[in-house]
Design a protein around this ligand. Structure first.
Ligand SMILES: Cc1cc2nc3c(=O)[nH]c(=O)nc-3n(C[C@H](O)[C@H](O)[C@H](O)COP(=O)(O)OP(=O)(O)OC[C@H]3O[C@@H](n4cnc5c(N)ncnc54)[C@H](O)[C@@H]3O)c2cc1C
Ligand code: SF4
Length: 802
C-alpha cells in the first residue's frame, strides 16, 4: 500500500502527541515528516519550571529521543522553520530552502511569549520563559548576577520566580493586579498564596505598572507608572502568550486569535489541521496540555479514518508547580449573580476551600492549602454533579479510592503529561507494574510536578487489589517521617542550606541523632557543593578528626600513596616520623599503603605537618585508595599501564565525599591481580580496551562486581568512572555501599542511564563542580590553629565509634 505523507509543523507537546496516537492506531498509514525550529527532540515544556527550580536536568525532560524518531521511521528536521505553505500545491517551504509536499498537514506551532513593548525591552538581560534556550539563559545569568525581577504574577511568573530563588537570586515579582494568579484564583486564595511565597523569600510589588526597562546595553532596573524604580540585573517577562499563527494567516487559513478549527481539528482549508496552543476551538485557544492532548487523540482518529464524536472543549484545572504551595482551581472561580458558595476558611492553618454552585450543580472550585479534593471536584464538575454528591462522598472515607475506580478510562490522571486512567491501568495490567516509579517510567504519569502521585497509587491499589503493597517509604531514622528521597527533594526545592534548617522546616521530632545528622550533612553538600559549609560536628569521629580511632583511644595515620606507589624519600620520612612519635606498629594495609598505628590524638597535627604528604582518607566516606598491579612496565602479561591509570584516577577523584567508602583498583590484564571483582570500581585492561566492573565488595556482604562497560580510551574510562561515581553520589542512600546500591537500582538501569552521552557529560560537570573546592583535610587542620586547639587538644572524643 502506498503511504500518504503526513507533515507536522512544530515538534512540540501537542503535535508529537498526535503522531504518537497515530502510530498507536495505524503505524503503516503515513510517511511522517516533522519540522521543529528548536534544536532539540520533543521535550516536556511544562518541566522547564522544574529544571529552573533544580529538580530536573534538561536531559531528564526529553519525551521522545532521536532514537524514537528513527525507530518509528519519522524524518525529523530540527532547527528548521517552515516559512510558508502553498495550500493549492500542498507544499511547505522552510527557511533552509527545503520543499516538501504533503497529503495531510498538521500545524502545531504553539504560542509565542507576549513581550511587553516597553522602552528598553530589547536590552540584554530581558528574557521570556518559554523554551530550553530561555531556561539556559536564565541559569547563566544567575551565575553572574544577583537581582532578578519577574514581570507577571501568574502561574508562569511564580514558577519562574521560585526557580530564580533556587538559583540564588533575589526576586521581585511585579504584578499589575492587586492579588496573584487572578485568572485562576479569587482574592482570598491569591492573598494566601502571596503570604506563603513571601515566606519562601519572594518579594511582591502589586498594582505596579512597568513603564520602562532601565539600563545602557544591559538592563539595570525597572521604572513604574508611579515614578518609583527598582534595581534588576535580569528581567523575566511572563505576562502571557499569543498563538503563533502568522504563517497560517499568510497561507490564507482562517485565523481569529488562533487558527480556527472545528470539532475534528480541521481548519478552513482542506487537508490542513491545527492542534495545540495555536488552534482556536469554539472561541478558545487553550494554554494547558490536558486539552491539547485530548485534541490530539481526536485528530489522530480523524487522520486514521476512525469514527469519533469529536472534541467538545475542556474544563481546565490548574496547579502550581512550587513546592510547599498546594493550590488547585477549576471551572468558575468568581461568584456571579445567583451563584451559591460553599466556603471553608481556616486562616490559622492556611486552608481555604471554595466551591461554586449554579442551578444546584457544581461549576467551579478553588482550593488552597489542602488540594486532595481537586481531582474529585474536577470530575464532579465534568459530570454535572450536584453539591449533595460532593458532600456525601466527603463523609465517606473510602471515597478517594472509589473516585479513581469510578473514573472513565479517558479521564486524565496526570495533567502535566496528559496520561489517562486507561493508559495507566493498561500499563499496570500488561507490563506487570507494581510501583509508582514503574508507572512513571512506563507511562510518564507523575514524571513532572508529581502532584498526581496519590492518584497513581490509588490506581495501582484498585487494579492490583490484594497484590498491591503500598510502598511505604522508609524514614531515614526515627527522628523524622521523611525518606531519603523526600529530604533531598526538599533541600533542592526549598533551597535549604543547614542541618538545623532542614530539621526545622521538615518538622524533625528530635534534635537529630547520629544517623540523620551525618546523612543530612552529606545530602546538603551533595546538592550544593559550592555553597555548603560542611558541619563537622555532624560527622562521625573518624571523619571529624581525619584519622581512624583505635580501640585503645589512639589513632592511625595513613598517608596517601597514589596507586600504591611510593619513593625512598617518602619511606625515609615515614620512618623518621614513626621513630620520633614512637609509633607502635607500622603496617602495610590491604589497599597498598602504610598505616602508622598507635598515634596519640594530640600528635596527629604535628605528624601530618612533618610527613607533608596528603591524607590517604582511610577514615573517609569518600574515595579511599586505587590499588594497582605492576602492569606493562614490569609484568610479562600486562598490556596496559595500570599504575599510570591508577595514579591518574586517584589524583582526579581524591577527597570527594561519597555515601560510603569507595575503593577502586586497576589491573593491566584479565588475571586481575588488583582484585577488581571486589571493588566499587574495578578496572581491567584487555586487548585494546579497559573493562569497567562496578558494585564489587570484599567485606561482610561479599559481592562480585558486574561488568558495566568496555571503554576504548583512557579518557573515556576516566569520564565513565566520573559519571558512575556522581550517579552513585546523587542517588544512593547515605551509608549505602555501591554493592547494595547496584543491587537496588539494577545494573541494567545504571547501564542504560550511563549509555547516554549527555547524561555522562552532565554528571561529570556536577562532579567536577564538587571536586573544584576540595582541599586536603590534613593541610586544612595544620593551617587552622583554632581547629587544632578545639579538636586535637581540648575536646574529648565521644565513645561512639562508627
Ligand atoms: C515554563 C512553562 C511551564 C508550563 N507549565 C504548565 C503546566 O504546569 N501545566 C500545563 O498544562 N501547561 C503548562 N505549560 C504550557 C504547555 O507547555 C503548553 O500548553 C504546551 O507545550 C503547548 O503545546 P504545543 O505543542 O501547542 O506548543 P509547543 O509545545 O510550544 O510546541 C510548538 C513547537 O513548534 C515550534 N514551531 C513554531 N513555529 C514553527 C515553524 N514555523 N516551523 C517549525 N517549528 C515551529 C516551536 O518552536 C515549538 O517547539 C507551561 C509552559 C511553560 C513555557
Ligand atoms: S593483572 Fe596481569 S598485568 Fe597485572 S600483575 Fe597481574 S598478571 Fe601482571
Amino acid at each position: 500500500m502506498i503511504k500518504s505523507k503526513l507533515i507536522l509543523i512544530g515538534n512540540g507537546m501537542a503535535g508529537v502527541r498526535v503522531i504518537e496516537e497515530v502510530l498507536k492506531l495505524n503505524r503503516d498509514r503515513f510517511e511522517i515528516v516533522i519540522f521543529g525550529n528548536e534544536p532539540h527532540p520533543n521535550y516536556n515544556r511544562i518541566s522547564l519550571s522544574t529544571v529552573l527550580q533544580g529538580g530536573a536536568s534538561v536531559h531528564d525532560i526529553t519525551l521522545n529521543d532521536l532514537k524514537w524518531y528513527s525507530d518509528n521511521k519519522i524524518r525529523l528536521y530540527t532547527g528548521e522553520t517552515v516559512i510558508s505553505i502553498d495550500t493549492a500545491m500542498q507544499v511547505v517551504t522552510t527557511d533552509k530552502g527545503n520543499k516538501e509536499t504533503y497529503d495531510k498537514l498538521i500545524i502545531a506551532t504553539g504560542s509565542n511569549p507576549f513581550m511587553l513593548p516597553l522602552p528598553g525591552a530589547d536590552k540584554a538581560g530581558v528574557t521570556a520563559f518559554r523554551n530550553i534556550k530561555d531556561c539556559d539563559e536564565i541559569i547563566e545569568y544567575s551565575k553572574r548576577y544577583k537581582k532578578a525581577a519577574v514581570i507577571g504574577g501568574g502561574l508562569l511568573g511564580l514558577e519562574a520566580a521560585r526557580g530564580l530563588l533556587n538559583l540564588g537570586m533575589e526576586v521581585d515579582v511585579i504584578h499589575i493586579h492587586d492579588y496573584l494568579m487572578e485568572r485562576q484564583l479569587d482574592r482570598t486564595a491569591g492573598k494566601l498564596m502571596q503570604r506563603e511565597l513571601e515566606k519562601q523569600g519572594m518579594n511582591f510589588l502589586l498594582q505596579k505598572n512597568t513603564t520602562e526597562i532601565i539600563g545602557k546595553k544591559h538592563v539595570t532596573g525597572l521604572r513604574f507608572h508611579d515614578g518609583s524604580k527598582i534595581k534588576a540585573d535580569l528581567v523575566v517577562m511572563a505576562v502571557g502568550i499569543k498563538p503563533n499563527v502568522e504563517m497560517a494567516k499568510n497561507a490564507g487559513i482562517p485565523v481569529n486569535r488562533g487558527i480556527i478549527v472545528n470539532d475534528y481539528l480541521e481548519t478552513g482549508v482542506s487537508n490542513i489541521y491545527a492542534v495545540g496552543e495555536c488552534a482556536e476551538h469554539r472561541g478558545i485557544a487553550y494554554g494547558l496540555v490536558a486539552p491539547l492532548y485530548q485534541q490530539g487523540q481526536v485528530l489522530a482518529k480523524r487522520l486514521c479514518g476512525i469514527e469519533d464524536d469529536g472534541y467538545q472543549g475542556s474544563i481546565l484545572s490548574t496547579q502550581l508547580k512550587v513546592s510547599g504551595v498546594d493550590v488547585f482551581s477549576t471551572g468558575e472561580i468568581n461568584e456571579r449573580h445567583g451563584t451559591k458558595v460553599y466556603k471553608v476558611y481556616d486562616d490559622w492553618s492556611g486552608v481555604y476551600k471554595k466551591i461554586l454552585i449554579e442551578d444546584e450543580k457544581i461549576t467551579g472550585a478553588v482550593l488552597f492549602g489542602d488540594t486532595r479534593d481537586g481531582t474529585r471536584l474536577l470530575r464532579l464538575i465534568k459530570n454535572g454533579a450536584k453539591m449533595e454528591e460532593y458532600l456525601e462522598t466527603s463523609q465517606n472515607t473510602a471515597s478517594v479510592s472509589n473516585i479513581t475506580a469510578d473514573m472513565a478510562d479517558d479521564e486524565i490522571i496526570c495533567g502535566c503529561n496528559g496520561v489517562s486512567k486507561g493508559r495507566i491501568v493498561e500499563a499496570i495490567q500488561t507490563q506487570g507494574l507494581t510501583t509508582v516509579d514503574q508507572v512513571k517510567g512506563c507511562t510518564n504519569a507523575s514524571r513532572s510536578c508529581g502532584k498526581c502521585k496519590s492518584l497513581v497509587e490509588d490506581l495501582l491499589a484498585c487494579t492490583l487489589g490484594r497484590n498491591y503493597h503500598a510502598s511505604e517509604k522508609e524514614a531515614i531514622c526515627s527522628c523524622t517521617t521523611f525518606s531519603r528521597d523526600d529530604i533531598v527533594q526538599e533541600i533542592r526545592d526549598k533551597g535549604l542550606t543547614h542541618i538545623s534548617e532542614v530539621m526545622n522546616v521538615l518538622g524533625w521530632k528530635t534534635d537529630g541523632c547520629s544517623k540523620c545528622k551525618p546523612a543530612i550533612n552529606y545530602y546538603l553538600g551533595m546538592v550544593n557543593p559550592l555553597e555548603y559549609q560542611d558541619e563537622k560536628e555532624a560527622r562521625y569521629v573518624n571523619e571529624r578528626l581525619h584519622a581512624n580511632i583505635q580501640k585503645d583511644g589512639t589513632f592511625s595515620v595513613v598517608p596517601r600513596m597514589y596507586g600504591g606507589v611510593t619513593t625512598s624519600d617518602d619511606l625515609r620520612k615515614i620512618a623518621d616520623v614513626a621513630d620520633k612519635y614512637q609509633v607502635g606498629t607500622i603496617k602495610v594495609t590491604g589497599g597498598q599503603r602504610i598505616d602508622l598505628l598507635g598515634v596519640k590524638k594530640v600528635d596527629l597535627p604535628k605528624i601530618w605537618a612533618e610527613l607533608d604528604m596528603p591524607s590517604g582518607s582511610a577514615y573517609a566516606k569518600g574515595l579511599r585508595t586505587v590499588k594497582t598491579c605492576v602492569g606493562e612496565t614490569y609484568c610479562r602479561f600486562g598490556t596496559k599501564d595500570s599504575i599510570g591509570m591508577g595514579i591518574r584516577i586517584e589524583k582526579k577523584f581524591e577527597g570527594i565525599n561519597t555515601p560510603h567508602k569507595f575503593k577502586m583498583s586497576v589491573s593491566a590484564c584479565p588475571r586481575n591481580c588488583a582484585e577488581g571483582g571486589v571493588k566499587d570500581v574495578g578496572v581491567v585492561g584487555v586487548d585494546g580496551a579497559w573493562e569497567m566492573y562496578v558494585g564489587g565488595n570484599g567485606g561482610t556482604h561479599l559481592r562480585a562486581a558486574d561488568l558495566l562497560f568496555k571503554l576504548k580510551t583512557d579518557d573515556q574510562l576516566v569520564e565513565m568512572i566520573g559519571a558512575f561515581l556522581q550517579y552513585y553520589r546523587e542517588t544512593a542512600n547515605y551509608l549505602e555501599r555501591t554493592s547494595a546500591w547496584v543491587d537496588r537500582l539494577g545494573i541494567d538501569h545504571i547501564r542504560e542511564v550511563l549509555s547516554e552521552a549527555g547524561k555522562v557529560k552532565e554528571l561529570n560537570q556536577r562532579l567536577d563542580e564538587a571536586l573544584s573546592i576540595i582541599q586536603d583535610p590534613w593541610k586544612e587542620v595544620i593551617q587552622n590553629k583554632t581547629l587544632v586547639r578545639d579538636l586535637y587538644e581540648s575536646v574529648k572524643v565521644p565513645a561512639i565509634i562508627k
